[in-house]
Design a protein around this ligand. Structure first.
Ligand SMILES: Cc1cc2nc3c(=O)[nH]c(=O)nc-3n(C[C@H](O)[C@H](O)[C@H](O)COP(=O)(O)O)c2cc1C
Ligand SMILES: O=C(O)C(=O)c1ccccc1
Length: 371
């Protein structure tokens, strides 16, 4: 038998999905309610077409960008996703090593199965890497502050405040799978919960402690600013109004995100929300994006439409489930190579040459339109 060849992210998804128990696969892959947004996050990229400029010398191209004051290999980082121990026993430690090896940054979930101290140390042993710490507004403010302090002491560069999850999205898959719960035996060192505590309630109920009266711009942001010198980013912005508010509150960046379609279904695909948000930002705040990015040309399109950097969630989980650290390395390598080829074939030598003029938009009733 020939070994399976994983050439694309969709090959990796298929290989990982074969390895995972059904309820875990559904937990990772599903979105909320009718699955509209989770699907559209990816399919919306297909209305854009690439407009190559030919006969350009692309013998030397640079895919590098600078984020959080450090150069990374290409404009992609790994989103914070909880419960990586369900994909592979090495969990976030494997992800951190793979990111460090590939030269990209990583988000650490508050629901990580390893501590931020271990995750950052393990990654830095392999190579230069920056981490950011994902945070929820919590009813227990002291616990929330401990997460922030530990992240800062570990060298994290930013807090990514998840703004789209005061309550859990409506997730039929989790309900159908008898009130989905993570398996026994995993640790939750950041939210300071034991496996037994997590086991005693459904994943859905576990989110109730995030529905805090501090889940607001005015209570959360100035408080965070008073306890940390790290950058403060808002993860889960979809409108120009909220970009403006993030600027008013002095935030350093926003991630255009709908939580991978797992929270409010029938929100726009992030690539569709991006142009208006980037326009509103006018360079006053960093704009990153996640959701549905599955190829190098998706990264290229997001940059052409105004994002500085992209993040991926599920592809990392598929890499982990397929083959731990090596699987995440494979995922990052696939996207790096595809993105580099895309730059070469569109005639872009550096990231700054990627612009709206590199894209056309497909119209059902006529010729390709220029942006
Ligand atoms: C299994 C899983 C767990 C996640 N856990 C978190 C989390 O703990 N905190 C958070 O802010 N986002 C979480 N996310 C959302 C990701 O950070 C990211 O927004 C999303 O996965 C991006 O979409 P993509 O999976 O299509 O790339 C999770 C996503 C998945 C699939
Ligand atoms: O399921 C999610 O989308 C999510 O954000 C999460 C939060 C905590 C643990 C695992 C996943």
């Amino acid at each position: 038998m020939t070994a399976e060849r994983i050439l694309s992210i969709s090959d990796l998804e298929a290989a990982a999905s074969k390895k995972l128990p059904g309820a875990t696969r559904e937990f990772f892959n599903s979105g909320a309610t009718n699955q509209v947004t989770v699907r559209e996050n990816s399919s919306a990229y297909q209305k854009y077409r690439l407009l190559p400029r030919v006969l350009k010398d692309v013998s030397q191209v640079s895919t590098k960008i600078s984020v959080f004051g450090r150069e990374i290999a290409f404009p992609l980082c790994v989103s914070p996703a909880g419960l990586q121990g369900m994909a592979h026993p090495d969990a976030e430690l494997a992800t951190s090593k793979a990111c460090a090896k590939a030269g990209v940054n990583m988000g650490v979930s508050s629901y990580a199965n390893h501590s931020v101290e271990q995750i950052t140390t393990t990654g830095k042993e392999i190579g230069p890497i920056y981490h950011v710490m994902q945070l929820y507004s919590m009813t227990d403010r002291e616990k929330e502050a401990r997460i922030v302090c530990r992240a800062e002491a570990s060298g994290c560069k930013a807090i990514f405040l998840t703004a789209d999850s005061p309550v859990m999205g409506v997730r039929y898959n989790e309900w159908r799978n008898e009130g989905f719960k993570p398996p026994a035996g995993l640790a939750y060192p950041m939210i300071e919960k034991t496996s037994e505590q997590i086991q005693s309630q459904s994943h859905d109920d576990g989110f109730s402690s995030f529905n805090s009266d501090s889940h607001s711009w005015e209570k959360e942001i100035p408080w965070l600013r008073s306890i940390t010198n790290m950058q403060i980013w808002i993860k889960g912005v979809l409108t120009p109004e909220d970009v403006e508010t993030a600027i008013e509150y002095g935030c350093d960046g926003v991630v255009i995100s709908n939580h991978g379609g797992r929270q409010l279904d029938e929100t726009p695909a992030t690539i569709d929300a991006l142009p208006a948000c980037a326009k509103a930002a006018r360079g006053r705040i960093s704009i990153h994006i996640d959701g549905g990015i599955r190829s190098g040309s998706d990264i290229f399109k997001a940059l052409a439409l105004g994002a500085e950097c992209c993040w991926v969630g599920r592809p990392m989980l598929w890499g982990l489930a397929y083959n731990g650290q090596e699987g995440v390395e494979l995922m990052l390598d696939i996207l790096y190579r595809e993105f580099q080829r895309c730059m070469q074939l569109t005639g872009c030598k550096s990231i700054s040459e990627i612009s709206p003029s590199s894209l056309g938009i497909v119209r059902s009733d006529g010729p390709l339109a220029r942006l």
